[in-house]
Write a protein that binds this ligand. Structure first.
Ligand code: SF4
Length: 646
């Protein structure tokens, strides 16, 4: 059992105390500007005059968290309310955390320097699983009980959202309420419910019950998981009538106005640029891709809107680079028109345009040429697998000829470096498939040599496949550390060429992510124990503490391989089955079976393949204009059956 050893009650320290103590410790730590706030476009409100105060928390360092678009959107939306305010907090780096603990400084917000325990709501962003121990560490640093069951009326409400929370169970003991899906509208409902609780003097339990009644909000303490003798899930039941079951992800029928007043960091961060989301969702259906499955349907912004947002954001921030963000940018319907409009409007500004996630087969030479004028660095392609057979299994169909033609075009149009991304560990993969990566890389480089001689370079990134919940591969087992190492060794030995640079991911980090991705409620205790054993900054190679995790499984009497190296039957109930993405489990099963036959499904823009999104969100689709949403229109309400999410 997790015992909450961290509850220290409310920390009695004022913002003035925090500032005074910071003056003493900041000169002693690396990059003190991470901890000061005061950047261009930060929002400072009158603390006393605001009814509801929200701290948005990213459980990694400032340099990374400042590039998180989700938190930037929420910061903007909450601060637009007269009755609410949002401030920010990030993980202090190791040196700063030690200095803060020594000086008795709790985790505080960058804007007002209020301790986080002074806030009404803490909103954690959890985009990936390797942030979980950091989230516990931040609660501890804030002096807030880790366990939701140990929190009382004096403590902030702790909520979380982000892609990892589509399987919220490994964090179910620590987060009071999860927001599943898109948070732009529901954040206002959460604040409204919170305000009623505060004004009416309701109990914390009543607050949680009221939150559980909001569509898309999951309050784990109001559900119970039952297990079978073989340790798989028997069922998950709700404990109160008003709680949702299933909890259906929230989507916006039309993307809301994009933020423009981005905070401009005083130090270099991961992305110093204006991030503009041009499209949400993806229709390609790559079977390994969690984001592609959970963010359906595709909704697009218009070219006019995007250009206006860029114009406004550049004026407000002074950034010199923009990122046109989406899961598959070249699938944006008007991508050529958009890039042309941007390059024309901002001609002579030396504006950098980054377009991540370009499809290999759909990318036009025109677009490449337009980008070349404004883009530096390598050109990234992600075939993910090196044989056509394996790419059919993962539903990323592409011929090697197409890939080599595209590579030739890239080199001959002025790029000297191509970055190729592969995954190893795909279902059904053999060592021959891994060896094929070497052959394909050599062929790509040969195209470069043909085009531009020995100026051609190739960077090869090889990550390892992790089966993710809510995807067609949620049933498959994942490679063992030994299998991954054998495949990596093969590549390291074979890809020795002065013009090729190979990078790979630590198999142990892969294993951790795999444990947590498909973890159940019992994994919450493992997360706690790992943190107690010293795990934090799990996403950082130099900080990753694998022994702490192994020991945690032993401490909790759980078998780690149960979560990773075990193929699941198609009828197994998963710990995340009560969370609905709108894509039906039946559809995922079919897709999984197609993968075993090496059969592909087409991009559903070419014809709906009935994944479940349309019946689940029929009303929203019916009321949404065609140009905003790429699924077919729902014309006849009387014939639409509202499908179960299963
Ligand atoms: S409902 Fe049809 S068009 Fe929409 S995402 Fe699903 S398969 Fe694609």
């Amino acid at each position: 059992m997790v015992r909450d050893v961290q509850c220290k009650g409310t920390i009695l320290i004022t913002p003035r105390d925090v500032k005074l103590k910071l003056e003493r410790i900041l000169p002693t730590v690396q990059k003190p500007a991470r901890y000061t706030g005061g950047e261009l476009n930060e929002v400072i409100k009158n603390w006393e005059a605001i009814e509801t105060r929200v701290a948005l928390v990213f459980p990694d360092i400032y340099d990374i968290g400042m590039s998180n678009l989700g938190l930037a959107i929420l910061y903007d939306l909450i601060n637009q309310r007269q009755d609410a305010m949002a401030e920010r907090a990030y993980s202090p780096w190791i040196d700063m955390e030690a200095a803060m603990r020594k000086a008795g400084i709790p985790l505080y917000s960058l804007e007002s320097k209020h301790p986080l325990s002074d806030f009404d709501i803490l909103g954690f962003s959890l985009p990936y699983e390797t942030l979980y121990t950091n989230a516990l560490n931040l609660l501890d640093l804030a002096g807030i009980p880790l366990l939701t069951s140990a929190r009382a009326e004096i403590h902030p409400l702790v909520i979380a959202g982000g892609h990892a929370t589509f399987n919220p169970e490994p964090m179910s003991s620590y987060i009071d309420a999860f927001v599943i899906g898109e948070g732009e509208q529901v954040i206002h409902e959460v604040i409204d419910v919170f305000q009623i609780y505060k004004r009416s003097g309701l109990s914390r339990h009543q607050l949680l019950s009221n939150l559980a009644a909001i569509p898309g909000v999951y309050v784990p303490s109001l559900y119970r998981a039952y297990y079978k003798p073989d340790q798989t899930i028997d069922r998950i039941e709700k404990l109160e009538d008003q709680a949702n079951l299933p909890i259906r992800k929230l989507i916006l029928p039309k993307l809301p106005p994009a933020p423009t007043h981005f905070i401009v960091p005083n130090i270099e961060t991961v992305h110093n640029r204006v991030p503009v989301e041009i499209m949400r969702g993806c229709t390609r259906g790559c079977r390994f891709c969690h984001a592609g499955m959970v963010t359906r349907p595709v909704r697009e912004r218009s070219v006019t809107e995007i250009v206006q947002v860029i114009d406004e954001a550049l004026k407000c921030t002074g950034f010199e680079e923009i990122g046109l963000l989406s899961l598959s940018s070249s699938d944006y319907t008007h991508i050529n028109e958009l890039v042309q409009a941007i390059t024309q409007k901002f001609a002579g500004r030396n504006l950098g345009i980054s377009l991540p996630s370009l499809r290999i087969e759909s990318f036009s030479v025109d677009l490449m040429d337009l980008l070349k004028e404004s883009r530096h660095g390598g050109f990234t392609l992600a075939p993910e697998a090196a044989t056509e057979h394996m790419r059919n299994i993962i539903n990323k169909p592409l011929s090697n000829t197409q890939l080599l033609d595209t590579a030739h075009h890239i080199y001959s149009h002025g790029w000297t470096t191509i970055k190729l991304y592969f995954m190893i560990g795909h279902p059904e993969e053999t060592l021959d498939d891994v060896e094929a990566i070497t052959a394909l890389c050599n062929s790509v480089l040969a195209e470069g040599h043909k085009a531009i001689g020995h100026r051609a370079k190739l960077n090869v990134g090889v990550s390892t496949f992790i089966p993710k919940p809510h995807t067609p591969f949620q049933w498959v087992s994942c490679d063992t550390v030994e299998q991954i190492q054998a495949k990596q060794t093969l590549l390291k030995q074979a890809l020795r060429h002065r013009d090729i640079k190979l990078t790979w991911t630590d198999p142990k980090v892969t294993l951790l992510e795999a444990w947590l991705s498909r973890g159940d409620r019992r994994m919450a205790e493992v997360v706690f124990q790992a943190w107690k054993n010293g795990a934090k900054f799990d996403a950082w190679q130099d900080q990753f503490n694998f022994e702490a995790w192994k020991q945690a499984f032993t401490d909790c009497h759980l078998e780690a391989s149960f979560y990773t190296h075990r193929a699941r039957g198609v009828d197994e109930v998963f710990p995340w089955d009560h969370i609905s993405t709108g894509v039906r489990k039946k559809y995922l099963v079919q897709d999984y079976q197609l993968s075993k036959e090496s059969k592909t499904r087409p991009d559903c823009r070419q014809g709906c393949v009935a994944c479940g999104i349309l019946p689940t969100y029929a009303d929203l689709r019916r009321n949404t204009p065609s140009e905003a949403w790429r699924c077919p229109e729902v014309k006849s309400p009387s014939k639409v059956r509202v499908a179960s999410s299963r």
